[in-house]
Design a protein around this ligand. Sequence first.
Ligand code: GDP
Ligand code: MN
Length: 395
Amino acid sequence: PAEQHNLDEPFTIGCQDVSKLVTRPRENAVLVMLARNSELQEARATIRNVEDKFNKWFKYPVLFLNNEPWSEEFMRVMKETVSGEAKFEVIPEGIWGPTEGLTEEVMNKYLKQQEADGVYKGQIAGYHHMCRFYSGEFYSLEALKEYKYYWRLEPGVSYSCSLTYDPFLEMARRGKKYGYTVALWEEPNTCPSLFRAVDEFRTQNNIPMHPNWKAMIDTETNWLLKPAPIRWLLGKMLRREHYNIKGEKWNLCHYWSNFEIADLDFFRGDQYQRLFKHLDKSGGFYRERWGDAPVHSLAVHLLLEAKELHHFSDIGYYHHPFWQCPQNAKGRQLLDDVMIGEASQKMTEEQEGGFGCRCECGLGNSDDFRMRNNRGICLERMQQPAAWTRASWWD
Ligand code: GDP
Ligand code: MN
């Protein structure tokens, strides 16, 4: 009962009878995977897994994207593995590539600096291209024009529960525009000026500071309210990272974008595309190493209503080195992990099988980090009653 505690509830509890749900027409949606030919094995493993847990019932098309021509082998193997239609696209030149006006020489200088600064993957040109591509150009692809929703996959990720309902259909039914699984803090040195650039866009366009946006801001550093000497000190900090011009600090929260189920119309809409162009022009995709995940997350918080976000707490998901395992998933090891407060306590006995369906996670299978209470630091401030907030949210 979402009204009771204002929680973003899972779309369903437990397993559904899929045969009753697989109806035509489906939602206008596509699974998308950007990959390289060299990632064939990982890509195949992921597609097999997604087919097994979901797509063998729903048979959505899978669109494979590459900045280079696909190898015959990659296409052959994927056609065999996907139950729906497998589509292969080569990203046109000019879309995959540096920001307009950036010379090779300057770009290499930036990459060297980032290598020296220990920025995660900051020295890899292709990684910058990928982040910039997924931040903006992706949404203008001809191949996506016909679709309304996408589900993003990556080689090597895996799903540990069956998804026995159609997430696109539920997104549409409930007016959801962005769905995520894992929320984390961004590596600070990848994006020192990102928040300022986004907030600049907000100011220039008179976009109001609604609670959704404020949830991304660390209000403890709201220096305007503090006495003069402290203000002076904090004023010096303005030159430091992640502050906007008013001294508000981004809490670095972002939704991991290697999983996304989202509404393409939001991202190809005028507001988001203008934001992307603003960011691109400011140069940060190369001068720094802005990831598409924080760009998407800041945009979502700036431009969407809280009720348009959805945390897929029922999806078991793994991307090295983090995984999410649904609450009460059968086989979960540590029972105290299952509680996130009232919602769990109110679950009835038949629901106690879990939010997810036939989950295989939680069996203590690795050294990887297990996400706990992973509604995450972004949404938590916005939607959960104060009593539920915690200092620590993972193991
Ligand atoms: P990380 O998870 O952020 O460390 O980055 P990944 O290495 O997993 O890359 C993210 C996604 O972009 C994956 O789907 C990769 O296959 C893809 N990717 C990254 N770089 C390239 C590239 O140069 N070419 C292509 N075609 N795909 C890339
Ligand atoms: Mn990855």
